[in-house]
Design a protein around this ligand. Structure first.
Ligand code: C5P
Length: 304
């Protein structure tokens, strides 16, 4: 079947956790230079595109009411940009089956942008080269290129310049908080907390990269680091209780995921994941939990 005969295309896209997020000083363009070690985890959104009269977005899933359905949605922007670059209409219906926490620091919005881009490319039979897709992803947002490629990667620049890194299998629990945190607000809080201090140039930690490659959970636990964590905790002090509940339940390490407020718990195996998830839910310090493994594949067109 030629791509042009597709009636609809569905793409599955993973969430991410940052096992190291080293943040540099604010740049002239308002962004921060990062050394950002991304891991894709097996929590997925699915984006389905279908030809339509105009560009529309719908969303399903437990947190669907928190997802913007206008052209600010990165999925809609992806369709717009790809259509404009190819001088064609962007009239598609985009449906997002949302499973990644919304505004949670797990790149859920970025996942939908990457997913819509790949899905529209397939629906419209464009065959856009990978390098161009990555360029559009970077235009959409700093985390979007990683949503496309998945796996494990070091992101430099503002996080959009990716180098693949080796990663063994790891098991995770994520605690989803009530309400999101705005990424720009967390970076602003980082700047406020850093005022008057000299900020080193962000660099990936060799010990962390070695631990990641080895698949040794204890070694990774000793090296997890997120420079945005103090800022996220400053804006949302309640997260400290969630982190503590995970530690008490036996997590090997705890971390705010990206800019938060989702918290991530590294555990030894799937059994520990279930135990830590149950304890976190019983603690009353989070809204819900998810378990996942890493690394997970990047955006993938599902068979129709
Ligand atoms: O790239 P993205 O649109 O996801 O970034 C959202 C906001 O997060 C930016 O406007 C900026 O305030 C902040 N940010 C940053 N440095 C980065 C990435 C994001 O300051 N490297």
């Amino acid at each position: 079947m030629s791509p042009r005969t597709h009636k609809s295309v569905t793409v599955r896209v993973p969430a991410k956790v940052n096992v190291q997020l080293a943040v540099g000083a604010a740049r002239a363009d308002g962004f921060h230079d990062l050394a950002n070690v991304f891991l894709a985890v097996s929590l997925y959104d699915e984006v389905t595109v279908t030809p339509a009269e105009t560009l529309t977005v719908t969303c399903s899933g437990p947190d669907a009411d928190q997802v913007p359905l206008d052209r600010t949605n990165l999925a809609a922007r992806a369709a717009e940009i790809l259509a404009a670059r190819n001088g064609r209409s962007d009239a598609v219906h985009l449906h997002i089956a949302k499973n990644i926490p919304v505004a949670g620091g797990m790149a859920g919005g970025s996942a939908d942008g990457a997913g819509a881009l790949l899905a529209c490319d397939a629906l419209w039979g464009l065959g856009t080269p990978r390098a161009q897709l990555l360029e559009i992803c970077a235009e959409l947002g700093s985390d979007v290129p990683f949503s496309l490629v998945g796996g494990a990667a070091l992101g430099t620049g503002r996080g959009e310049l990716l180098t693949p890194v080796e990663a063994g299998t790891f098991h995770w629990v994520f605690a989803v908080a009530d309400g999101g945190l705005s990424t720009p607000a967390v970076f602003r809080e980082f700047d406020r907390l850093a005022e008057g201090r000299s900020i080193p140039v962000p660099q990936a930690a060799p010990a962390l990269l070695t631990a990641l490659a080895s698949g040794d959970a204890d070694a990774l636990a000793a090296t997890l680091a997120n420079d945005l964590q103090p800022a996220a905790l400053s804006l949302r002090p309640q997260l400290a209780a969630t982190l503590e509940a995970g530690t008490s339940a036996g997590a090997l390490a705890t971390l705010v995921s990206g800019s938060g407020p989702t918290t991530a718990f590294l555990v030894r195996d799937p059994e520990s994941a279930l135990k830590v998830a149950a304890a976190l839910e019983a603690s009353g310090t989070c809204r819900t939990t998810r378990t996942a493994t890493s690394p997970a594949p990047g955006a993938t067109v599902l068979p129709s």
